[in-house]
Design a protein around this ligand. Sequence first.
Ligand code: UDP
Length: 240
Amino acid sequence: MERYDILGTYIDPVNIKESIQAIKKAVKDGEAIRIVTANPEIIYQATEDVALQAIINTADLVVPDGIGVVWAARQLGIEVKERVTGIDLTEKILEEGNKSGWRIFLLGSRPGIAEIAISKLYKKYPGITFSCYHGYFSKEDEPEVIRRIRAFAPEILLVGLGAPLQEYWNMENKELARVSMGVGGTIDVLSGQVSRAPRWVRSIGLEWLYRLVKEPNRISRQKKLPYFVKKILYQKRTKE
Ligand code: UDP
């Protein structure tokens, strides 16, 4: 499948079903793959950070995370079927992991939050074995964090350190799991500390607005979005 170029970042034209198939294949074949969920903020940031762009462009799977990416792709004449967010893909991973008996490690969020998430997840997904570590470890503690993940030998490593820290971390710590994926605030959502937008809000593509109302400090990140739109329209013009 050919990747498409959004402001120099390469995205795979996959839907959620194809994404989970790639994950199942990696687990089955014993590969170690790295997944990036690329939203407009990180794509824009990558235009100003070549190292970050290289990290994204060398990932094994880069999924279109968010309605802004679907919009951008359409502007550039690429038909993207649907957005694939970190939380939606995580839910699919949990369903699959429950059937197949996967081991899943959650790395990230404030101390204590991943434990709350796991206690909830065990009720819903008894077939999975979980472990976790919080996301505020020091450089000195890092070898211990890595040792724990390695000893746990997870099929799936969900890294919720926020972007782009989690992308740098996954790049530097390859092969700790068959599948390593940056998931942003997903562990907070799984713990019930942060709620997702109602389904109807998501279906009309306004989850970002819901999150902004709930967490107004996100405005500093979303301030970059008009520049993203401007750059996309420029890329569109130069393509024509
Ligand atoms: N976080 C972390 N370590 C850090 C900084 C952030 O574990 O050093 C966590 C934070 O607690 C939150 C997540 O990373 O759970 C970032 O969430 P956000 O919704 O901002 O993710 P994004 O939208 O950037 O993917």
